[in-house]
Every structure is written in structure tokens, then in C-alpha cells.
Ligand binder design. Structure first.
Ligand code: ADP
Ligand code: MG
Length: 418
């Protein structure tokens, strides 16, 4: 990729193409390398011109933007598609994401929105490529615990709410800290309705990610440490804004920068994600090395998981990045684990038992169950997950074997992220 962002404009209406070209002509860091009037033309030009970003109209007469995006994913995978549509419905967004689009702009949009989207997808792609390069170039360390080494970012995600993300994220962080020798950060990425503070009984004044927004806007991030709260377990916590309307002050770019800084200072960064699929969630998932994707034995959870796995594939997240965690795996709801695996076409990687008594008691006291009821099966399951994620436990022969294994094999492993 060169310094200037190469953009291909695709729209069947000549005036729109001219207008977009003119708008982008004012931007020093963006270069319009071509314009196309149809989906077929777009694919041909993209293959020839290798743009970084394709601005794609969704409604076109011959081949629509979604079909063209699907073709581009195969023929020109280095081009990131920004979809443009007059409709902003969830279904359009979902279909675009499934086709491989990275951003979605609803017409009419301002020139600021346009350029911000282009820069965002480009930065995201460039960061991803550089991470791949770093990961491929550096020998697998296996433990990731030495000072100065960037840590592992683990996103705890689920395409459906109420499946146990916050419960797992909080207890996982505490369990990972208990393994010893690991500097662990926990970020509440659920900016609108963050619950991490409740589960850990933390309610400080003016200490959340929103206080960092002015610094992030100014392009600096100097006082992050002042806003991290030290929990008695040793976990350092960055809370979500205290009220939902403040969530919009934290952008996708902010979230990415904060996570990268946390990664630089910690061995393990655990992020509790929202279940909504927007640019902020995407930024978190993209930045993560590992996406622990939670599901439960419910039809809706399984259906959403199937869709998410398709999106994940389009985003280039392999099975080594997306790990499936079945929460409340022993619930007797008429669906068996084997049924779930059959339905989503993949094995579940980890299971956590249901234990309403320990979980709710812990919730009401504001003490994670991993600390108050360590012997419970649910705590043992969390510990196993933490050990796998942290990867350095001698109790885990797979991790030890991994260190000695070849780079190719290590890349496939859950334990050797960098
Ligand atoms: N393993 C479990 N056993 C019993 N209850 C659980 C378990 N995991 C989560 N829960 C309960 O399920 C509900 C949703 O959990 P929560 O972590 O808030 O989900 P999310 O963050 O995905 O919305 C909470 O009431 C929580 O106590
Ligand atoms: Mg939650």
C-alpha cells in the first residue's frame, strides 16, 4: 500500500460519480484511481487498478453492489469495500457485511463522513496487514509475558445479548490474573450499557473511557493509566461511560487506539463487547487476536451464531481467531451440544456449565464467582479457559508442546498468538 489511499468509485449515476470524484479531489491523502458505472466494470477495474478502497453503490442495474462485493472478495481481496445506499436498514447492512463490505454509508452523507469512512477502513486494513506481518515474522513466544512484548487481546463477543459475555469476561480476567505473572487489563467495550463496573462493584467518579475522549480527539493518549482502576484481584479495569448517551463520544478509532495502548502495557487485554454489530464492535474484533464467541443452547443464539460465522469468514477471521464458547452448556433445554455443532457446522471449543446460584450470588455482591467460589465447576471451567487463553501454564501440555512446535503449526494454535 502506498501513502495515498487509492479509491475506485462505483455508481451507475454519472452525476454521483462526478460529485464523489470532486469531493475526494480535495483530500491530499486520497487518490481516485478510477470510476466504474456497473458492478461488472467495478470488478474488472479493481483487478486492473488494485485500489485500497472501493466506494460501491448498492443499487445498480446489471450486477448490484452486493454481488460485485462478493466477486471482489475473491478476485481483489486487498480492496476494502465501503457500501453506499439510500436505505440504512439492518437487512441491507447485514447483507453487505456478509458479502464482505467493511463500512456502510447511508446517502446522503457529508464529505466528512465519506472521507472518515475511507480512512477508517484503510487504516483498519493496514493495521491488520502489519499485524499479520509481525505475527508471521516473530517466533511464537507462547507465553507473551515478558516486559515490553505486546500482549494478547481477547474480545469476548456474542452476536446475541444476555448470553454471558460480561460474566465470562470479568471472571476470565480475574482467573487469568490468578495464574500469576500476568499483567491483565479488562476493558468494558459495551460503551452504551456497560456492566463490568457492576460485577466488580466499582463505581468511581469520572473514571471511564469517556474521560479519555478529549485526549483521543487530540491524537494523544497520555493519561490512560490515571483512568485504569486497580481491582483487588490485580486486574486493571477501564470502565464504560457511566451513562448511555456518552457512548457516542467514544468512536471506533478511539476504541482501537485504547486497546492498542492497553496491549502495549499488558500481557492480556480482555474486552467485553456489545452484541450489536457496528463499526465500533468491528474495530474491537479486528484489533483482537482472539474472539471468544459465546453461544447458548437456544435457537436464537444458534441462528445468530451461524450468521456471525459467515461474517467472520468474510472478514478473514479464521477458526484460530474465532473460538466458540458454549455457556450454560449443561442446561436441559432440549438442545444438545451435538445438535448445536451440527447446526453451525463447527465444534465448540470450550464449555462452561450453568450455575445460577454462584453466578447470581456473585453478581449481587459485586464479587466475581471465581474469587468467592473457586471450587465450583463454573470456576473450574473459567480457569481452563483462562489457562488456554493465557497459554503459559505448565499444566497445559498443549501449550508447552506448542512452544517447541514449528511456526506453521503454532500459527494454527490458540496458544501462540504472536
Ligand atoms: N454460566 C452461567 N450460569 C448461570 N447463569 C449465568 C451464566 N452465565 C451468565 N449467566 C447469567 O445470565 C445473565 C446474562 O449474563 P451477562 O454476563 O450479563 O450476559 P451479556 O453480557 O452477554 O449480556 C446474567 O443474569 C448472568 O448472571
Ligand atoms: Mg454484558
Amino acid at each position: 500500500m502506498t501513502d495515498r489511499i487509492k479509491v475506485l468509485i462505483v455508481d451507475d449515476i454519472p452525476e454521483t460519480r462526478d460529485h464523489l470524484s470532486k469531493l475526494l479531489g480535495f483530500e491530499g491523502d486520497i487518490e481516485v484511481v478510477g470510476v466504474a458505472a456497473s458492478g461488472a466494470d467495478a470488478v474488472a477495474q479493481a483487478v486492473a487498478l488494485r485500489p485500497d478502497v472501493v466506494l460501491m453503490d448498492i443499487n445498480m442495474p446489471d450486477m448490484d453492489g452486493i454481488a460485485a462485493t462478493e466477486l471482489l472478495a475473491a478476485r481483489c481481496p486487498t480492496a476494502s469495500v465501503v457500501m453506499m445506499s439510500v436505505q440504512g436498514e439492518a437487512d441491507y447492512l447485514r447483507r453487505s457485511m456478509l458479502a464482505g463490505a467493511r463500512e456502510f454509508l447511508v446517502k446522503p452523507f457529508s464529505s466528512d463522513e465519506l472521507t472518515a469512512s475511507i480512512r477508517q477502513v484503510w487504516t483498519r486494513e493496514r493495521d491488520k496487514m502489519s499485524r499479520f506481518t509481525i505475527a508471521a515474522a516473530s517466533p511464537a513466544s507462547g507465553n507473551g509475558s515478558h516486559d515490553g512484548e505486546p500482549g494478547t487481546v481477547v474480545a469476548v463477543f456474542s452476536p446475541k445479548g444476555g448470553v454471558g459475555r460480561t460474566t465470562v469476561a470479568v471472571n476470565l480476567a480475574v482467573a487469568a490474573a490468578s495464574l500469576g505473572g500476568k499483567k491483565v487489563a479488562l476493558m468494558d467495550g459495551s460503551f452504551q450499557f456497560g456492566d463490568v463496573g457492576v460485577l466488580l462493584n466499582l463505581n468511581p467518579k469520572n473514571k471511564s473511557i469517556v474521560e479519555l475522549a478529549p485526549e483521543l480527539e487530540a491524537g494523544e493518549l497520555e493519561s490512560l493509566d490515571n483512568f485504569l482502576i486497580s481491582h483487588s484481584s490485580g486486574v486493571r479495569v477501564l470502565l464504560a461511560p457511566p451513562s448511555p448517551e456518552q457512548a457516542e463520544l467514544v468512536t471506533a478509532a478511539h476504541a482501537r487506539r485504547v486497546i492498542e495502548r492497553l496491549r502495549a502495557d499488558h500481557d492480556l487485554v480482555i474486552v467485553d463487547c456489545p452484541s450489536t454489530f457496528n463499526d465500533t464492535t468491528l474495530a474491537i474484533l479486528d484489533t483482537a487476536d482472539l474472539v471468544l464467541t459465546l453461544l447458548s443452547l437456544e435457537i436464537t443464539s444458534i441462528k445468530n451464531m451461524r450468521l456471525f460465522l459467515k461474517v467472520a469468514e468474510q472478514l478473514g477471521y479464521g477458526p484460530e481467531k474465532v473460538r466458540l464458547v458454549l455457556n450454560r452448556a449443561d442446561s436441559t433445554l432440549g438442545i444438545r451440544v451435538a445438535d448445536v455443532e451440527h447446526s453451525i457446522g463447527r465444534k465448540v471449543d470450550h464449555t462452561i456449565v450453568s450455575d445460577g446460584r454462584s453466578v447470581v450470588y456473585a453478581l449481587n455482591r459485586g464479587v466475581p464467582f471465581f474469587l468467592s467460589n473457586r471450587e465450583a465447576q463454573v470456576s473450574q471451567d473459567i480457569l481452563r479457559l483462562a489457562t488456554a487463553v493465557a497459554g503459559a501454564s505448565p499444566a497445559n501440555p498443549a501449550a508447552a508442546a506448542d512452544k517447541a512446535s514449528s511456526k506453521a503449526a503454532a500459527k494454527k494454535s490458540l496458544f501462540a498468538w504472536r
